[in-house]
Every structure is written in C-alpha cells, then in structure tokens.
Design a protein around this ligand. Structure first.
Ligand code: TMP
Length: 253
C-alpha cells in the first residue's frame, strides 16, 4: 500500500499512519551535518537508528516518560503518535564537546559542573540558532508551563539514559530532544518526539573515550557504520542479519 508522504526530513520520512492520529516514521541511511553543508550515506544507519530509538523510547516509557513511539513496524519503520511539534530543540550536555566547547573555549572532554540545558530554534533556514527562555516566551514558541515540562523531562531522560549507557560502557556526553504536544480527551501532554539515536547523541566509550556517534561522520573519522553497529550491539538490539541485509534491495541478474 502506498501511503501519503507527510514530511521528508534529512534522515527520516513521515507517512500517513494506518489510523487517524498516527504516523509512520521511516529511517533513511542519509546523513547530514553542519546545517546540511555536508551530506552522505551511512549504510545501515536507518535500520540501526530504528532499533536503537525503539529500545530507548520503550525503556523511557517504562519509567513513565511519555514519548510518541507506539511500536516498530519493520526494519526501517515505526508507528508513532502524530504530535504538534514544538519548534524548540532541547540539548542536555554532561561533558564539553561540539559547539559548547568551541563557543566557550572549553577543552573537549571536560566534565561540566552540572548538566547544562540549552535551547535551539528548529529552523533550517536560520541554521538552528541558539535561543534563550526570553525568546521562547516572547515569540510564544512554547508556553512557560510547556518549557518547564520539557526541561523536567529532558533532565529525567539525561539521568536515566546516562545510567543506561553507563551500564553498557558508554558515556552520554550530550544529546538533543524534540518535543510535541499530544491531545488525549481535551487534555494536552508534552511528549518526546523524533528519535534518540547516535545521530542525536554523543556517545563515547567509557574506557577509551572513543567516539561512537555521528561525530565520526561529521569529522571524517572513518568506521562510521561500525560505530552505529557497536552502539546497537551494546544495547542488545543489533539485528542478527546485520550488516548484509541492511543494504536494501540487491540487483539479481
Ligand atoms: P552541538 O555540540 O553541535 O551543539 O550538538 C549537541 C548535541 O546535539 C549532539 O549530541 C549532536 C546533537 N545535534 C543534533 O541532534 N542535531 C543538530 O542539528 C545539532 C547541531 C546537534
């Protein structure tokens, strides 16, 4: 059955779901970085991020953190609740890396004194600029209560996922969350949307500090596919058929 395409992003496609209020989220192998200036393909990434995000969203649901995730449908697709996306991305950082290291002149790898929350406006044309609570309130991108809920959830996710990753020998350096509004019988809830995967987290090996996330693609560090596989393997969600079956349809002569 061909489904109506609702939205195509850099690494995912959203299709109309089987029931009203649902969407099918399709994970591509496409990768982009530096506000789309760098583009490429990470073979098998879509299959792995589908599994990794499924796993993390399910574990979060178990501790009562609401998410848009319903169930995985197949290798590259998951069923999610349709939400009204809030245009503010929330970043939580435990260790200095990436843009905070550059902006504040911190040495990469420095432990931050406490988890630091930052907000970015989700706007590709502007390159997702960093914004403050003042901007969010003044332009009404999210209400005060919404933002409060988002921060509380982000910090709970940080504590929980830091522990979860620690248990498999990984350090959660930082991550990005997107949120949406979901209406159930007139009542609005803020839920986690999008995905949680090595595309949206920095994950370093606990012993060696080896980077096992999208930074390998961003900075041409090599062994990109292997990094995603290693994260999936440690979480116990590496598909048995990987990586041969992940490359999509093969031409049979
Ligand atoms: P940053 O250090 O480049 O600001 O990134 C912080 C975290 O957010 C890192 O885990 C990568 C993730 N991230 C996204 O998921 N999407 C983005 O567009 C950016 C800039 C970062």
């Amino acid at each position: 059955m061909r489904r109506r395409r609702i939205y195509e992003g850099k690494s995912k496609v959203l299709f109309e779901g089987p029931q009203p209020g649902t969407l099918v989220q399709y994970f591509k192998d496409d990768a982009s970085a530096f506000n789309n200036k760098k583009k490429g393909v990470i073979t098998g990434k879509g299959v792995l991020n589908n599994r990794i995000s499924e796993y993390l969203m399910l574990r979060l649901a178990e501790i009562g953190v609401p998410t848009h995730f319903v169930r995985r449908l197949n290798m590259r697709e998951q069923l999610v609740r349709e939400v009204e996306i809030i245009p503010v991305e929330v970043m939580v950082r435990n260790v200095a890396a990436g843009s905070i290291a550059k902006r504040l002149g911190l040495e990469k790898g420095t432990n931050l004194p406490r988890p630091i929350v930052e907000y970015y406006l989700n706007n590709d044309d502007l390159g997702d600029p960093m914004v403050s609570e003042e901007h969010i309130a003044a332009f009404n991108w999210a209400g005060t209560q919404d933002l409060d809920d988002m921060v509380q959830l982000a910090l709970r996710v940080n504590d929980f996922l830091s522990g979860l990753f620690l248990g498999v020998g990984l350090k959660l350096v930082d991550f990005k969350l997107e949120f949406g509004r979901l209406w159930d019988d007139e009542e609005m809830r803020i839920v986690i949307a999008d995905e949680i995967s090595p595309d949206s987290c920095r994950l370093w090996d606990l012993k060696t500090n080896e980077c096992l996330d999208k930074d390998r693609f961003r900075h041409d560090m090599g062994r990109v596919e292997e990094a995603y596989q290693e994260v999936a393997r440690r979480l116990g969600v590496l598909p048995e058929a990987a990586p041969v079956d992940m490359k999509g349809p093969k031409l049979v002569r």
